[in-house]
Design a protein around this ligand. Structure first.
Ligand code: PLP
Length: 380
């Protein structure tokens, strides 16, 4: 049957390919971005308690109010920024659904959407489905700095949205205050909407501060911030996240959201509302993951891989150009098959598959997993 695919370029994702290879070859899987340790028992107990108390039917469309209140308080405490729980915060089925719904709600045919490459892979298919047009800004490693003059040249009267992501998957870089100010100057006095993917907000290293978009008034007034409890609380399988935006934007978002999922897992929301009351549950993450990053990088000192330490996220890029000139996809496959270690080639996140001879490794793993991986990586 010829149904004329709306997404002819979407193929099996590299995550599925690498995870399958990892399984077949009993490889240590540092490819996909999820922890190999469990979520906090206290949180599991809170979910169980909520289920036993009967929170098993539809939640409110916007999300459980107590949870939205806690999120509002978090923005106030961390960034002195106000988002009203009734009109400016919505609970979503992970960050992915928030992103998909934002794009669906605002992007029309031929609207241009600026994306910085390498980029997480869920942005473009959502734009394609709306017949929007992704416009790419390709950044180059190891620093992935932004040339704002070049970005300015890409803005047209058709630019409807700019998608940003800091801390950044896959590069592990973070945006500076100067980057945020440059973006603010660029969009001020335009109708451009900014989608800020901040799912790694609480995973940032070396005492650096997360430059949340809400800290910049001219950005905040035109933007969505997207977050993920899965990334923050080690339960990516629960798929709960949220987005915040000024009232008028959120009103438009909810029109699409209610016919997309309508609402999100009820008992999990009740549990997160309680769990968020202890800010240590998210503020301790920086140190927790920095220790893992440091363990991983110290162990690689005598390897043939080159690296710039990740500044945030739980990903580390390793440059393998001193080992082989194979393409990153070939080398990643060979690593999984011959050395039993799976990683992600970053060309899949780049414009036109640009190969920068780098692989992305996820270090959200137990110490023993990282030690095993280091042994292999140092032998290559
Ligand atoms: C940058 C980025 N945004 C969004 C997501 C999706 O988050 P969620 O699992 O909450 O849908 C991920 C997951 O890997 C990510 O890395």
């Amino acid at each position: 049957m010829d149904f004329n695919s709306k997404l002819p370029n979407v193929k099996t994702t590299i995550f599925t390919i690498m995870s399958k290879l990892a399984k077949e070859h009993h490889a240590i899987n540092l490819s996909q971005g999820f922890p190999d340790f469990d979520t906090d028992k206290e949180l599991i107990e809170l979910v169980t308690k909520a289920m036993k108390k009967g929170y098993n039917q539809y939640a409110p469309m916007q999300g459980v109010f107590a949870l939205r209140e806690q999120i509002s308080e978090k923005f106030n405490n961390l960034y002195q920024s106000t988002y009203r729980p009734d009109t400016e915060i919505t609970i979503t089925s992970g960050a992915t659904q928030a992103i998909f719904t934002i794009i669906s709600a605002f992007i029309k045919k031929d609207d241009e959407v600026l994306i910085f490459k390498p980029a997480y892979d869920c942005y473009e298919p959502a734009i394609d489905l709306q017949e929007g047009k992704p416009i790419y800004v390709q950044l180059e490693g190891p620093e992935f700095r932004i040339d704002w003059q070049k970005v300015k040249q890409l803005i047209t009267d058709k630019t409807k949205m700019i998608i940003i992501n800091s801390p950044h998957n896959p590069s592990g870089t973070i945006w500076s205050n100067e980057d945020m100010v440059a973006l603010e100057n660029l969009v001020k006095d335009t109708n451009i909407i900014v989608l800020s993917d901040e799912v790694y907000e609480h995973i940032i290293f070396d005492g650096k501060q997360h430059q949340s978009l809400c800290l910049f008034p001219h950005l905040k007034e035109r933007s969505f911030i997207v977050a993920s409890f899965g990334k923050t609380f080690h339960n990516t399988g629960w798929k709960v996240g949220y987005c915040v935006a000024p009232k008028a934007l959120m009103h438009e978002f909810r029109k699409a959201h209610q016919f997309n999922v309508f609402c999100v897992n009820h008992p999990m929301q009740i549990a997160f509302a309680e769990y968020l009351k202890n800010e240590n549950n998210y503020l301790s993450l920086n140190n927790f993951y920095q220790e893992k990053r440091d363990l991983f990088l110290n162990g690689l000192q005598n390897s043939h891989f080159k690296f710039t330490p990740s500044q945030g996220t739980y990903f580390q890029l390793l440059d393998y150009s001193a080992i082989t000139d194979e393409s990153d996809v070939d080398f990643a496959k060979r690593l999984a098959i011959d050395h039993q270690i799976a990683a992600i080639p970053i060309s899949v996140f780049n414009k036109d598959g640009l190969d920068q001879k780098m692989l992305r490794f996820c270090f959200a793993k137990k110490e023993e997993t990282l030690q095993k991986a280091l042994k292999v990586l140092c032998s290559i």
